[in-house]
Write a protein that binds this ligand. Structure first.
Ligand code: PRP
Ligand code: URA
Length: 205
């Protein structure tokens, strides 16, 4: 397992405003987009490229282009708040969806939707802003593997030690990229210091 935490002054700045309970949904969505952009760059540093020669206005140049198309799989509903930066940055990206919702009492996630594009031979990034107990992430990664993916990355905005340990135990092959690695879970399985319920803050529910 590998855990990669964003270390950048801009990420720290944006994260602090995202955590702030006075931040309204419109601003929250913009901040989530900005962190998504930074995470998208970090989580794809090792993408394969292939050679492509182009003619500049001055001479011939031996460059590189992306070798394979990407797939992103946001976990509904909060994962949608991280999807747009990936669509904006990557050409030929396709999108799968996994719908999961945590029970408020037990914190165990229930699956209510799944739709995948062809995954064979594709690099797949699973997106969910909050990695709390890790139950939703582990379940989603299993679904995506069962649909044919072999090369996966999990990308979140806030992770907890418990969530990282759960994903590492269930999917040791999947690297985790996060913008912040927080302290612990409270007794309702929310991340501390965290930012509260991401989906509610994203959509004003
Ligand atoms: C939140 C979050 C994750 C999950 C994390 O979703 O977006 O999917 O909780 O918790 P876990 O690591 O303990 O499983 P939620 O179930 O609240 O649904 P939502 O996205 O519809 O708000
Ligand atoms: N889901 C959230 O949105 N926030 C948490 O802190 C935990 C799960």
């Amino acid at each position: 397992m590998s855990l990669h935490v964003l270390h950048h002054p801009l990420a720290a700045h944006v994260m602090t405003h995202l955590r702030d309970q006075s931040t309204k949904p419109a601003t929250f969505r913009t901040l989530a987009y900005q962190l998504g952009l930074m995470l998208a760059i970090e989580a794809t540093r090792d993408l394969a490229t292939k050679d492509k020669t182009v003619q500049t206005p001055l001479e011939t140049h031996a460059g590189q282009v992306l070798a394979r198309p990407l797939v992103v799989v946001p976990i509904l509903r909060a994962g949608l708040g991280m999807m747009q930066p990936f669509l904006d940055l990557f050409p030929d990206v396709s999108v799968g969806y996994v719908g999961l919702e945590r029970d408020h009492e037990t914190a165990v996630a229930r699956s209510y939707y799944c739709k995948m594009p062809p995954l064979t031979g594709k690099r797949v990034l699973v997106l969910d802003p909050m990695l709390a107990t890790g139950g939703s992430a582990a379940q989603a990664l299993t679904v995506v593997k069962e649909a044919g993916a072999h090369e996966l990355t999990f990308v979140c905005i806030v992770s907890s030690p418990e969530g990282v340990a759960a994903v590492a135990a269930a999917h040791p092959d999947v690297p985790i990229y996060t913008a912040a690695h927080d302290r612990e879970l409270n007794d309702r399985r929310y991340i501390l210091p965290g930012l509260g319920d991401f989906g509610d803050r994203l959509y004003g529910t």
